[in-house]
Write a protein that binds this ligand. Structure first.
Ligand code: AHR
Length: 315
């Protein structure tokens, strides 16, 4: 009968998977791998989703192409982890014209039209940079470093123009501005990768023989920096010549702190899969969602029971 036909249409609809296209940055770091895993394990058919995953190899042009492909495939939602902040308006307008909601995950964009995205869930990168600065203030105090003793700092920056880079650089600079004895010797990008971090640190060590502190804008660049420091015959960590601070707090960072090579890592959560799924579920029900959602984050250092904390962590 007609009504039975209608009923079976409804049940077919109810069993229809929600198709999500994820334009991922790349696979440049442990954090990124954990983030990809978080999406791949959340957006599965058992949870009602089909995931179309694209790895852009850290290139914006690849992400733009992926978004255009998602639009062509008429996905239900587009999730974008934007490699850099600028240059999204045209392609996001295309998604909007196609009626596909865009959820920004992990990093933000600069746009004059906020209607181009539905929601944003990410870490507060400026706050992370400030946390790193405050950590250094406290650490130097605990070491009884005189307020007029010069502290020479170098920074390994993330991908230039990525909100994770911009926020961490600016946040740390805010605290540096309050400490007249802190001296930023140099800042250079290590592209958020271990190999580039190592390469840049090698060149810093050749240029400057008096580095006191390295700020690495992610853990993997810190691991590269630690290798470079050791290869140059210097030591690092709480008992070494050079203090190393990084961001992310992935498992390997806990190992580096336990080994005494890394002083502190400022937390950045990669587990955005379930957070984005929650946003999509609300949108499916016609509920409103908070436009900007910052994840609560902390920091870890060698004064803590790191073995115990590490054991309880998923990434
Ligand atoms: O946007 C988050 C940053 O991107 C993480 O700190 C870094 O590891 C990743 O590549």
């Amino acid at each position: 009968s007609k009504s039975e036909e209608a009923k079976s249409e409804v049940s077919k609809d109810a069993s229809k998977l929600i198709v999500v296209g994820y334009a991922q940055v790349g696979a440049e770091s442990d954090w990124r791998t954990a983030n990809t895993e978080s999406f791949k394990s959340t957006f599965v058919p058992e949870n009602g989703y089909e995931l179309i995953f694209n790895d852009a190899q850290q290139k914006q042009e690849n992400q733009i192409k992926a978004i255009r492909d998602f639009i062509q495939q008429e996905v239900d939602y587009i999730v974008l982890a934007p490699v850099v902040e600028t240059g999204w308006d045209t392609v996001l307008q295309e998604a909007k014209d196609a009626g596909i909601p865009v959820i920004l995950s992990d990093r933000m964009i600069k746009t004059s039209d906020d209607s181009l995205y539905t929601a944003l869930v990410c870490g507060d990168f400026i706050k992370e940079g400030e946390t790193a600065g405050h950590w250094l203030e406290d650490y130097l105090k605990s070491k009884n470093v005189a307020a007029d003793e010069k502290i020479n700092i170098v920074t390994l920056q993330g991908t230039i123009g990525a909100s994770a880079q911009v926020g961490r650089t600016d946040g740390f600079a805010n605290i540096l501005g309050q400490n007249a004895n802190w001296n930023m010797l140099a800042k250079q990008t290590g592209e958020f990768t271990q190999s580039k971090g190592q390469e840049v640190m090698e060149s810093f060590l050749k240029q400057f023989d008096d580095i006191d502190v390295v700020v690495a804008e992610n853990d993997n660049m810190a691991f590269g920096a630690i290798d470079a420091i050791k290869a140059a015959g210097k030591t690092c960590g709480p008992k070494g010549d050079i203090t190393v601070i990084s961001f992310d707090a992935v498992k390997a960072a806990f190992d580096a702190m336990i080994a005494g090579d890394l002083n502190a890592s400022i937390e950045c959560s990669p587990l955005h899969g379930p957070r984005v799924a929650e946003i999509i579920q609300k949108l499916e029900k016609g509920e409103t969602v908070d436009k900007i959602q910052y994840v609560d984050e902390s920091y870890f250092d060698t004064s803590m029971d790191l073995e115990k904390i590490k054991a309880g962590r998923a990434y």
